[in-house]
Design a protein around this ligand. Structure first.
Ligand SMILES: [Zn+2]
Ligand SMILES: [Zn+2]
Length: 484
């Protein structure tokens, strides 16, 4: 602790001794002064921030780009060990919208200890998270005025591209360990308004994650924001309203649990694609959490859903081609826009597939296909192809001499832009997320059964893209027992 105090003072002296700091250094000195002075900023050991807020449902809302589905966040507590580069966030969030998981409160405990990221389950068991997610948390750690300005004060940090934009002064910061962020301050008060970091999002590609600061309050001579709003590009993902915050109080033990620190970083497993024949020319390609279905026509093949990411979808496409090597796989039906069910659309486009989706998803899919993925190049950025797209408004029949597939729109609480596929020959229904034969919660099954009745579909089998194939009667039973 003593040594860090000394270092902090040394940095301070170096800055103040400099008679005419460069404009970039002056920017940081001004920001530090606005927060209470560089010396005070560098002396902060812990921050404990408590409050409430809102989480949004990025990529999982009712239509693409919507932000109407929120979680009420309560019991929010973020404890930060500033010199130790550790933090732990604990919160409870309650969905304020109907959701297939139900409305039960969700407890989250998430930690970062330098490069080690971990989650703590309700059982108390901590588990290490993948490195990409841990890197995102290290970036998140910097998105606070104290940690950001502290990093910017380090003489080994590079400060570049000082500019003024719309009432803000902005500078790019690259720390000696390579972490980069952009710091914006109010042009007149010099208080930090925003810290932004660049990130990769599987669906959106290159994104900027920013946390904006407002409602500064004086806490023991330091100015600290009482409102923090985080966005991914233009989408708000989280808001925190601080009720109490303290500096240098006991933040608890923020070290990663020993079992986590010594655990190997989990690496993604190669996708497992199993093949189950539903009927002649129809297969369920399962083996993970998100399945696809494959339909054989007389001269081509069609996939239903390109889920999760490149790895999953490319493995599913390879399996489809292996099953019927003599027929081209030409189309993929996108069940709905949710990120987990559209995360492989770019991979499907890179393989030359035409996308069939609900009309309400067309602009979204177009944007997903166009967006740059330079931070982590994916299959489509390595093998660019134009988007070929067909849309469905309410119903589309795809038929030839051997196969008929009726695509229907199924608007509802889960997504307004959703399709299901009915196979009249087999009386089978390929469907996702309105009914899943897993667990005991079947939020939408009752309403969905009513929808099927209105369409006069004689469904005998449900082929779900999560879970196992079940007879129609199972859905009726589940709808009755879950009270939906
Ligand atoms: Zn969904
Ligand atoms: Zn799903």
């Amino acid at each position: 602790m003593k040594r860090r105090g000394f270092l902090a003072l040394l940095v301070w002296v170096m800055f103040t001794a400099c008679a005419r700091p460069a404009p970039e250094q002056q920017f940081v000195i001004d920001a530090a002064s606005a927060l209470g002075g560089a010396k005070k900023v560098l002396a902060v050991r812990t921050l404990v921030i408590e409050g409430a807020g809102t989480h949004y449902n990025l990529g999982q809302d009712i239509v693409p780009g919507a932000s109407g589905q929120t979680y009420a966040v309560t019991q929010y507590k973020r404890a930060v060990d500033v010199p130790g580069e550790r933090a732990r966030t604990e919160l409870t969030r309650v969905p304020k919208f109907t959701y297939w998981q139900g409305l039960a409160p969700q407890r989250q405990v998430q930690g970062i200890d330098k490069a080690v990221g971990y989650n703590v389950a309700a059982s108390g068991t901590a588990s290490r998270i993948a490195q990409a997610a841990a890197d995102d948390r290290r970036a998140e750690w910097l998105r606070h005025p104290i940690t950001a300005v502290r990093a910017a004060l380090d003489p080994a940090t590079q400060l570049t591209n000082l500019r003024n934009e719309g009432g803000e002064s902005i500078i790019d910061v690259r720390a000696s360990d390579g972490r980069a962020f952009t710091l914006a301050v109010d042009a007149s008060t010099k208080l930090p308004t925003r810290v932004s970091t660049a990130a990769n999002n599987v669906n959106l590609g290159d994104v900027v994650i920013s946390t904006a600061f407002a409602d500064y309050q004086n806490i023991g001579g330091l100015q600290l924001p009482a409102r923090l709003t985080t966005k991914t590009d233009e989408f708000t993902t989280a808001e925190v309203r601080v009720t109490t915050q303290t500096v240098d109080t006991d933040a608890g033990d923020l070290a990663a649990p020993a079992a986590v620190a010594s655990a190997a970083v989990p690496s993604p497993q190669p996708p497992n694609v199993t093949v189950e024949e539903v009927s002649r020319g129809v297969w369920l390609l399962a083996g993970g959490s998100h399945h696809s279905a494959l339909i054989e026509f007389s001269d081509h093949l069609m996939l239903i859903d390109a889920p999760q990411n490149d790895a999953r979808t490319l493995a599913v496409i390879a399996k489809a081609r292996e099953l019927r090597p003599d027929k081209p796989l030409t189309h993929v039906v996108n069940s709905h826009h949710h990120f987990d069910h559209s995360g492989g659309i770019r991979a499907a486009v890179s393989e030359g597939l035409t996308v069939i989706t609900h009309k309400g998803n067309a602009a979204f899919i177009d944007e997903v296909v166009k967006r740059p993925h330079t931070r982590e190049p994916d299959a489509l950025s390595k093998n660019p192809k134009p988007l070929k797209i067909e849309t469905v408004e309410d119903e589309k029949v795809i038929a030839d001499g051997t196969m008929t597939v009726n695509l229907y729109s199924i608007p509802g609480e889960h997504s307004e832009t959703m399709l299901m596929a009915y196979l009249p020959r087999d009386r089978a229904l390929v469907v996702i997320d309105v009914y899943e034969p897993i667990g005991t919660i079947h939020m939408f099954a009752g309403r969905f059964i009513e929808d099927l009745k209105k369409r006069n579909l004689r469904v005998e089998r449900i082929v779900p893209l999560h879970g196992k194939i079940v007879p129609y009667g199972q859905m009726v039973k589940d709808a009755a027992t879950s009270g939906s």
